[in-house]
Design a protein around this ligand. Structure first.
Ligand SMILES: Cc1ncc(COP(=O)(O)O)c(C=O)c1O
Length: 379
């Protein structure tokens, strides 16, 4: 069977709820075609209601949210920021924007997220060198929360702030609460492949009002509250457009449905492929409920008879998009020579992992096409 003639199956395309148009029409009718307006305010309010955070700032991307978090914390040139090694580079770039130095921390195997023990060892090592990082940025990978309580417990005696990069994890739960709960600040992304999208956008949240107020000011070119334009520090143009917030309002209404759909997709892959020799799936840690943003399959080449790249190419031939697991940061040419605590777990997950199509509009017949294509490789 070939993919010629079959419609393409994308990895995680946008999925409209059908309610976006009304909100966008309201924005247009009110002429708030700008970065401030009622849709932005309402999107921030409803986002707080959904996640349980008390303060939220809608911005132009998840990367912008993370950048603002670092600026608010005062991260600057030469500062150390400890961060997840197995992540997307958008998590790390803001550290470099600030001229700070990232130190990567490997994952544990239970959730594939930052290993609290390795973090503890790195903090102790740094303390022995009289160095204290300015922040720890923890990624909630593929929609699964890191063990934040354990990570916070490790950071507390050192007085280091924790920021959660929950870009992929909206709708996921950690001990019954939203992803990011417990961190000083958390960032979410609404780019086109996320569980809900504003085409491009992000949200910074915090239990601390003052931090979000500061971030809000910085996101608007750090304008002083004066009738004329006065600036006492350097800011950014990072606010979300009111039109895109309308898109977000229409998307947020169906978040729970989307989480259910993503989890169902994951279960169907597990059922359809999990019994093949050499195939396993990303585990779900007991402390939470993943949103299964992407269904990630692990392949043992010796047992299965093909490696993830062969599977990816075979799927591509059938017009099906899949993607390797994130390449760990310590393996990235751009971060050559940077410090990393551990690294073997991330390397292993990168070498054996493959992200399968996980769009919430994926029809069961299309998912069967994916499952069948993988099964055929087994012969
Ligand atoms: C883990 C992680 N961090 C940060 C980002 C950056 O978000 P954005 O693309 O909205 O800037 C993303 C998504 O792209 C991500 O997956």
């Amino acid at each position: 069977m070939t993919g010629v003639g079959n419609p393409r199956i994308f990895l995680s395309p946008p999925h409209q709820s059908g309610r976006e148009g009304d909100y966008i029409a309201q924005a247009l009718a009110s002429n708030y075609i700008t970065s401030l307006g009622p849709q932005v305010d309402e999107f921030e309010r409803r986002f707080c209601r959904v996640t349980g955070f008390e303060n939220a700032l809608a911005v132009s991307s998840g990367t912008a949210a993370l950048h603002l978090a670092l600026v608010v914390l005062g991260v600057g040139p030469g500062d150390l920021v400890l961060a997840s090694d197995l992540t997307f580079i958008g998590s790390i770039n803001p550290v470099l924007y600030q001229g700070a130095e990232p130190v990567f921390i490997d994952s544990e195997r239970v959730s594939w997220n930052m290993d609290p023990e390795l973090l503890a060892r790195e903090l102790e090592y740094l303390a022995s060198q009289d160095r204290k990082p300015k922040a720890v940025v923890v990624t909630d990978l593929y929609g699964q929360c890191a063990d934040l309580e354990a990570l916070l417990a490790v950071c507390r005696p050192h007085g280091v702030a924790v920021i959660c990069d929950s870009a992929e994890a909206l709708g996921a739960k950690y001990r019954g609460n939203s992803a990011g709960s417990g961190a000083l600040m958390a960032a979410f992304s609404f780019n086109g492949n996320k569980i809900i999208t504003t085409s491009g956008g992000g949200m910074l949240v915090s239990p601390e009002r003052d931090l979000i107020d500061q971030a809000r000011n910085l996101a608007q070119q750090a304008r002083e509250p004066l009738p004329y334009y006065e600036h006492r520090r350097i800011g950014f143009n990072y606010r979300m457009s009111n039109i895109l917030a309308g898109l977000g309002l229409g998307q947020l209404e169906v978040l729970e449905e989307r989480v259910r759909a993503k989890r169902d997709i994951f279960r169907r892959y597990q059922k359809g492929l999990g019994n093949l020799p050499g195939i396993s799936f990303m585990p779900e840690a007991a402390w939470g409920q993943s949103n299964r943003w992407l269904s990630v399959m692990m392949v043992d080449q010796a047992e299965f008879g093909a490696d993830p790249e062969e599977i990816r190419l075979a799927l591509e031939e059938q017009n099906i998009e899949s993607r390797p697991v994130w390449k760990p940061m310590h393996m990235q040419p751009v971060f050559q020579g940077r410090r990393c605590r551990g690294g073997a777990v991330g390397e292993d997950l990168f070498s054996r992992g493959l992200c399968l199509p996980s769009g919430t509009q994926l029809e069961q017949t299309d998912q069967q096409r994916v499952i069948q294509a993988v099964r055929e490789l087994r012969g």
